[in-house]
Design a protein around this ligand. Structure first.
Ligand SMILES: CC(C)(COP(=O)(O)OP(=O)(O)OC[C@H]1O[C@@H](n2cnc3c(N)ncnc32)[C@H](O)[C@@H]1OP(=O)(O)O)[C@@H](O)C(=O)NCCC(=O)NCCS
Length: 209
């Protein structure tokens, strides 16, 4: 059998463990590495510190699901693109993370993946952002955020030139997953989040910079 370009089974594509968490109070408890604790101490704004803690919890949870190991066996890089290391030198899954307001979205997969989430209802210069992103037609929040989240998720996925897109939209957020064509996203919802089924969307090719 020819190995899939992004790992996994060439017929079915990699599973993507996708997790959506709504922060309605303190983030779930999780034990951090000294590097993560140091990064957390450098975050002055309490809401951002809560997002960071929640992201660490979510990435450990998803990496554990993807690799079928306990969360305690997952070590994470503290800053920049999230990377996992597993006890015993096991092959670690690829990870991606995003947060916006109370929403935290993460992904773990045997192949590269990228996610982005944006809270709805923010006051922004939609016309300026639409021009920046090249969004055609009348600029509105959903149109701009669809283009924005796609761009961010593609950036975070490591092979954006060959990818498929899934959209997720619920009350208060709009999100995007970019992963290998044929990937199978499995959504796990935590906290007070409500999420409809993921909608696969064919990727419109965009010129790469
Ligand atoms: C690095 C970048 C992806 C972070 O995005 P953001 O909107 O500030 O924040 P998000 O909530 O989407 O993502 C934050 C998480 O991304 C992860 N991250 C950080 N740098 C990253 C990178 N270079 N690649 C992938 N993931 C990264 C981290 O896990 C971070 O969370 P943490 O700090 O709590 O660990 C973004 O600043 C960027 O450079 N984007 C490039 C694409 C672009 O031009 N976008 C403009 C909008 S159209």
């Amino acid at each position: 059998m020819v190995p899939h370009r992004w790992g996994g089974n060439p017929l079915t594509g990699p599973t993507v463990y996708l997790g959506l968490l709504r922060l309605d109070g303190p983030p779930p408890a999780c034990s951090l590495s000294p590097e993560e604790e140091a990064r957390l101490r450098g975050i002055a704004a309490p809401p951002r510190a809560d997002q960071y803690r929640a992201g660490r919890w979510l990435l450990r949870r998803l990496a554990g699901l993807a690799a079928d190991v306990p969360e305690s066996a997952v070590a994470l890089t503290a800053a920049g693109p999230p990377r996992a290391r597993l006890d015993g030198g096991m092959r670690a899954p690829f990870l991606s993370l995003a947060h916006s307001g109370p929403w935290v979205l993460g992904a773990a997969s045997e192949g590269p993946c990228g996610v982005d989430v944006e809270a709805l209802g923010a006051r922004r210069d939609w016309a300026g952002l639409a021009a920046h992103l090249g969004v055609p037609g009348a600029p509105d929040e959903p149109g701009v955020l669809r283009a924005w989240t796609l761009r961010e998720a593609r950036y975070k996925a490591l092979e954006p030139s060959r990818a498929a897109v899934w959209r997720l939209r619920g009350p208060g957020y709009l999100a995007c997953l970019v992963a290998a064509p044929g990937a199978r996203p499995r959504l796990h919802v935590f906290g007070g989040a409500t999420a409809p089924p993921l909608e696969p969307e064919p990727l419109e090719p965009e010129p790469l910079p």
